[in-house]
Design a binder for this molecule. Structure first.
Ligand code: SF4
Length: 204
């Protein structure tokens, strides 16, 4: 199990996207609609890494185009980071879900699936060579920094990664959508924007 054998010899975003569309590195391709590969500028300065595609992303084939994507857009705008200047992707490239009637409910990818998909993330980082990674939530952070990493303890700070590119960790925008009421949502959004402003400062 693992995506390693599907990684092409020549690393370009086009060749990676093409190869990833046929990945069978774990079982998640079986029920999902398609591989949702990263999207954005070839030489983006910052790479945003989420958990996995959601229902909308699975259908449209692009990352962060659903409700969590709208929160991300709002946060980036408030921090004055142009969405067009970043590369967005996920730690896991297929949608994991459980069916409830007609609905498909998000299910967190397990650690084997995250590990299996990591070669794609690594290849994207090697190809784009951003100057900063933004880890959106625990799955992205733990994919790169190991299972003991806690976003709550390190959010907003610049931390080294084994890929040689520093990162800033923050929450996944979908956690803001799950806030229990308006006040909690506002508070969570303000903290998210503060983390993204720290990203903006790093970029200079
Ligand atoms: S989730 Fe990742 S490793 Fe698993 S099949 Fe999809 S692209 Fe391959």
């Amino acid at each position: 199990m693992g995506a390693e054998e599907f990684i092409p010899d020549q690393l370009t975003l086009e060749s990676l996207r093409e190869a990833a569309s046929g990945c069978r590195g774990c079982d998640l391709w079986e029920d999902a609609t398609q591989t949702v590969f990263g999207d954005g500028g070839k030489h983006a300065n910052v790479m945003l890494i989420g958990e996995q595609p959601g229902d909308r992303e699975d259908i449209e084939g692009k990352p962060f185009v659903g409700p969590a994507g709208r929160i991300l857009d709002e946060g980036l705008e408030a921090a004055q980071i142009a969405r067009t200047s970043v590369y967005v992707t996920n730690a896991v490239k297929h949608f994991r879900f459980t069916r409830r009637g007609k609905r498909r409910l998000h299910e967190k990818p397990n650690s084997q699936q995250v590990r299996a998909c990591r070669p794609w993330l690594q290849a994207e980082v090697e190809t784009v060579r951003p100057s900063l990674l933004v880890l959106l939530g625990a799955t992205a952070a733990q994919s790169l920094l190991g299972p003991t990493f806690r976003v709550t303890q390190h959010r907003g700070k610049v931390i080294p990664t084994p890929l040689g590119i520093p990162a800033v960790a923050t929450v996944h925008p979908s956690s803001i959508l799950r806030a229990p009421d308006g006040a909690a949502r506002e508070e969570a959004m303000a903290a998210f924007i503060a983390d993204l402003r720290s990203v903006k400062r790093q970029l200079g």
